[in-house]
Design a protein around this ligand. Structure first.
Ligand code: XBP
Ligand code: MG
Length: 234
């Protein structure tokens, strides 16, 4: 059994966990499709299905394949870049706020001297837009280590982005806990040997979160006491 006091680092997922970003991502995809003259439209039920594939470029490629097409990677990259520009403009304009309870948990963790990090599928422009909007330009002082989707070979549910964060933190997994909202996120964190506290988001309400050490009803239920209750995956 691991010493309860060894957890001194919290690694946050971003999309769905720090903020309910997915509806804004969905709208940004649809606006990019329209700008490119495509007649694709991702409604909420379809987007819930498509979210099983993490990463925007991978999601577009998967969608083209399920429509019977063959995706040109260069086209997908251009389309996804347009989507990122639209998304970051929306976030800069205040379209997304931190989930209730997240700011308070971050403040409590910092006051306790814990290290905070990010392990997300999304890309650096989106991370920067959200955290600058929510926490100010100095957000890097709060999250000294950031693992982003395009920094690794395989996106969640592969463990790569958590393994990257652990390497940069220089910490073993049992010293850390992941906060996640989705099945792909729980699998990724567990794959890297991390215990997980799960809090569902709007778009992961039906996900199977088996494997999480604790599931909470809301981010407002996050507390430092929980860190003493999580145990590493067996
Ligand atoms: C979130 C994602 C992301 C966003 C889009 O997964 O899958 O792809 O939907 O971001 P998680 P990009 O919360 O598990 O990290 O378009 O920048 O890829
Ligand atoms: Mg997520």
């Amino acid at each position: 059994m691991i010493d309860k006091m060894t957890i001194d680092t919290v690694i946050f997922d971003m999309d769905g966990t720090l903020a309910e970003t997915e509806e804004v991502h969905r709208q940004a995809f649809n606006r990019a499709f329209a700008d490119f003259g495509l007649d694709w439209s991702w409604d909420v039920p379809l987007y819930r299905q498509l979210l099983k594939v993490t990463g925007g470029k991978e999601r577009i490629t998967h969608f083209i394949a399920r429509e019977g097409g063959l995706a040109d990677p260069e086209f997908v990259a251009r389309l996804h870049k347009a989507k990122t520009d639209i998304y970051t403009d929306m976030v800069d304009g205040g379209a997304v706020a931190l989930r209730p309870g997240i700011r308070e948990f971050i403040e409590a963790a910092r006051a306790r001297g814990l290290t905070l990090a990010i392990a997300t599928t999304t890309s650096m422009p989106n991370i920067d837009a959200l955290l600058t909007s929510a926490l100010g330009a100095q957000w890097r002082d709060i999250f000294p280590v950031v693992g982003a989707g395009d920094m690794v070979k395989k996106k969640k549910p592969a463990p790569d982005v958590y393994e990257l964060a652990l390497r940069e933190l220089g910490k073993p997994p049992h010293q850390c806990v992941a906060i996640e909202d989705s099945r792909n996120g729980v699998l990724a964190a567990r794959g890297a040997g991390l215990p997980v506290i799960a809090v569902r988001s709007t778009f992961s309400s039906d996900d199977d979160l088996a494997g999480a050490a604790i599931e909470l009803p809301s981010c407002e239920a996050l507390s430092l006491d929980l860190l003493e209750r999580v145990t590493p995956p067996s």
